[in-house]
Design a protein around this ligand. Structure first.
Ligand code: NAD
Length: 340
């Protein structure tokens, strides 16, 4: 586990942003660790499938992670845990939270849009950020645009790594060109074991030939393990349905059919099987064809590249919300802000 050196801990600002994390699996726990040393944000709430924890002064992150590891739910966390079959709804009702990172599985493919509707219905106001992946999932949120706006919610979607960091990098890189010919995202993910990121891996399996979201969702853990045994732990994907395409189209950069996403996930080795990169090819005003390439450092993990940007977008979302700007935005439209 990451040990915090004293110089990594920044003193809390006078009124740190009160953050909640929904979903406390691989990404939710990494998100909690990332927030621990931050001065501008405090993790006050987190929820999983069976319960939630809330402490207005800030959760004890080590205790939260070890309780979840031992008992599979934050509901057992001493002094601030509550078991619940309706953890999201109960948390929204009982906690005072400025913004939430939704580190939830999007299984079924309508789940995140349903969670957004729950927030709208509850009367809660604030900022939501997700790390959604599928184009069709982002399309469902687009339908909630005016409801979110009227509810006083600033919702930033597709704010992980891809979509997210790489899509935003493509939007910046595109500025050198008069016309964008292609955006090609290739990701390499290495994780030590698939159980640390069950939803991520199930959602990746859903892109494999012969599978879809429903078949992947219905697979037992044993079935997933058997499939990964057959592939030696490797999942290779190409031409995925990934929302980077609709996000770049909405941002006016290029038509969605010019955006392609694929990659390789090694579920048995934390070393990346290849370097994650995005290549943006276009024509300059002088008529030259060129390609910008943005490559992530191989040492950076999936968790670092998803949760870091998610909080950068939460901070940007808070700035918008405080200026009365609400509704739906994507990671390709807004610049993330660095959280200290
Ligand atoms: P995980 O399986 O490790 O954890 C999921 C968590 O959600 C668990 O704590 C579970 O208890 C909780 N949960 C499930 N249903 C719930 C409910 N109804 N109410 C409350 N909590 C509930 O998940 P993960 O691997 O961390 O992935 C989370 C999401 O992040 C996935 O949808 C994945 O696709 C996405 N992701 C995005 C990117 C990106 O770059 N955009 C990269 C990786 C993962």
């Amino acid at each position: 586990m990451l040990k915090l050196e004293p110089e990594m801990i920044i003193e809390k600002t006078a009124n740190p942003i009160k953050v909640g994390v929904l979903g406390f699996g691989g990404l939710g726990q990494a998100a909690a660790r990332i927030l621990a040393p931050k001065g501008e944000m405090t993790l006050v709430a987190a929820a999983d499938h069976q319960g939630y924890a809330y402490d207005a002064t800030g959760l004890n992150i080590d205790a939260a992670i070890s309780t979840y590891g031992d008992r599979n739910s934050l509901g057992y966390l001493a002094n601030c845990g509550t078991l619940s079959n309706n953890s999201i709804q109960d948390l929204i009702r009982n906690a005072k939270v400025d913004c939430y990172f939704l580190a939830l599985p999007n299984l079924p493919n309508t789940f995140m849009a349903d969670v957004a509707k729950q927030f709208i219905k509850s009367g809660w106001q604030g900022v939501l950020v997700d790390a959604l992946k599928r184009t069709s999932a982002v399309e469902q949120l687009l339908e909630l645009q005016s409801d979110l706006q009227q509810a006083g919610i600033t919702y930033l979607t597709g704010c992980g790594a891809t979509p997210g960091l790489l899509t935003a990098a493509a939007a910046v890189a595109a500025q050198s060109y008069a016309e964008i010919h292609s955006v090609k995202i290739t990701f390499g993910v290495g994780i030590a074991n698939w159980e640390a990121y069950r939803a991520t891996i199930r959602e990746d399996i859903a892109h494999m030939p012969g599978y879809d979201v429903e078949t992947a969702r219905a697979m037992s853990d044993e079935e997933v393990a058997r499939l990964l045994d057959k592939t030696n732990g490797i999942i290779s994907l190409e031409n995925m349905e990934h929302a980077d395409d609709i996000m770049l189209e909405l941002a006016g950069i290029c038509d969605r059919d010019r955006v392609t996403v694929g990659g390789v996930v090694d579920t048995r080795n934390p070393k990346k099987p290849l370097s994650t990169n995005v290549k943006i090819t276009g024509r300059t005003f002088e008529g030259k064809i060129s390609t910008h390439t943005f490559t992530l450092g191989d040492e950076t993990s999936m968790a670092a590249n998803v949760c870091g940007p998610a909080f950068g977008y939460l901070k940007a979302g808070m700035a918008l919300n405080r200026r009365g700007i609400t509704g739906l935005f994507t990671a390709a439209e807004i610049m993330p802000q660095f959280v200290r």
